[in-house]
Design a protein around this ligand. Structure first.
Ligand code: E4P
Ligand code: PEP
Length: 352
């Protein structure tokens, strides 16, 4: 008998709807598409220095509860209008979590929070939420982690991230060359900025690679390159990199590499030593840099939710505090309002 040599580690296979089927089930209207296109344009203008506002990407570390994400979106939209002279507010709507070891992988991978892993339902929930953001006129941002799932929802994003764990991956860099939204590359978890600068170069070029079509067919896609890729400083194993000296060093590295010396800074992750209480201190330092005239800082990222802190998933959705993160700790709503106000004032002071 021939030895069994395939599928030795496959427990089961389930069929997903095609990207096209999901788009037809949850279509994007002309108004929603118009909002996404205009938001991407606004992001690009800020990145290029043609608009002196600050891009602020704020929202939960991960979305696990669509209802609290919708409530957060409504509140952020009000803040966006209040500060639109100084800030472009974008909601962080993250559905796929790259874990250091094991842990809940996000709404797309496990929408039930119970390891049942109904990815079809997760994609549906993600798309529904992004459509809701577009409906209320709030631009949305997400990390692109999986190489197939973007076909299901990425056209609704106004900003995307390639995270610290995947910034060196050739597959993510070539996938980034296909994405339609401006894209931030994080420095590595070790703190390496050069790796992200390499990634920006690679994503800006044309690539040819295997992918899936809207009809779910295996295809070879040829891309034109994403000209709006940029650097995000998120700190790393060696410490934070949000201070003025680190920002200046990174801006100089960008210039040496022939790239515009403009970047985003994440107040969380390595820049807060993963302690959410430190995020307002990081944001205050960035606000001081902006008010003092820095034009290198084009944007700021915040992990924020309705309720401060974080909680563990113990028994699926049971017992969870509404509006509190189940991944990294977040600042709460009141702190979010004051941090965003401080950033807006910094832009106004820089103008004055
Ligand atoms: O922002 C999210 C987390 O920092 C990232 O997914 C890693 O999380 P973990 O170290 O808890 O696995
Ligand atoms: C995982 C994230 O960030 P980083 O890649 O910087 O760790 C995140 O923003 O969720």
């Amino acid at each position: 008998m021939a030895a069994r040599i395939s599928d030795l580690h496959i427990a089961r296979e389930d069929t997903l709807p095609t990207p096209q089927a999901l788009h037809e089930e949850l279509p994007c209207s002309d108004e929603q598409a118009g909002h996404v296109a205009a938001s991407r344009d606004a992001v690009r203008r800020i990145l290029r220095g043609e608009d002196d506002r600050l891009l602020v990407i704020a929202g939960p570390c991960s979305v696990h509860e669509p209802a609290s994400a919708v409530e957060y979106a409504g509140r952020l939209r009000e803040l966006a209008v209040r500060h639109e002279d100084a800030l472009l507010l974008v909601m962080r709507v993250y559905f796929e979590k790259p874990r250091t070891r094991m842990g809940w992988k996000g709404l797309i991978y496990d929408p039930g929070l119970d390891d049942t892993g109904d990815i079809g339902e997760g994609l549906r929930a993600a798309r529904r939420l992004l459509l809701e953001c577009a409906r209320i006129g709030l631009p949305a941002a997400s990390e692109i982690l999986d190489l197939i799932t973007p076909q299901y929802y990425a056209e609704l994003l106004s900003w995307g991230a390639i995270g610290a764990r995947t910034v060196e991956s050739p597959l993510h860099r070539q996938m980034a060359s296909a994405l339609s939204a401006p894209l931030g590359f994080k420095n590595t978890t070790g703190g390496g900025v050069e790796v992200a600068i390499d990634a920006i170069h690679v994503a800006g070029q044309s690539h040819r690679f295997p992918s899936i079509s809207m009809q779910g067919q295996a295809i070879v896609v040829t891309t034109t390159g994403n000209a709006d890729a940029h650097l995000v400083l998120r700190g790393g194993a060696g410490g934070p990199n949000y201070d003025a000296a680190s920002v200046a060093k990174a801006a100089a590295a960008l210039e040496r590499a022939g790239l515009p010396p403009r970047l985003l800074v994440d107040c969380s992750h390595g820049n807060s030593a993963k302690d959410w209480r430190r995020q307002p201190l990081v944001a205050a330092d960035l606000a001081r840099q902006v008010a003092a005239g820095s034009r290198s800082i084009a944007g700021v990222l915040l992990e924020s939710h309705l309720v401060e802190g974080r909680q563990d998933i113990v028994d699926g959705r049971k017992g969870l505090v509404y509006g509190q993160s189940v991944t990294d700790g977040c600042i709460g709503w009141d702190s979010t309002v004051s941090v965003i106000g401080e950033l807006a004032d910094a832009v106004r002071r820089r103008r004055a």
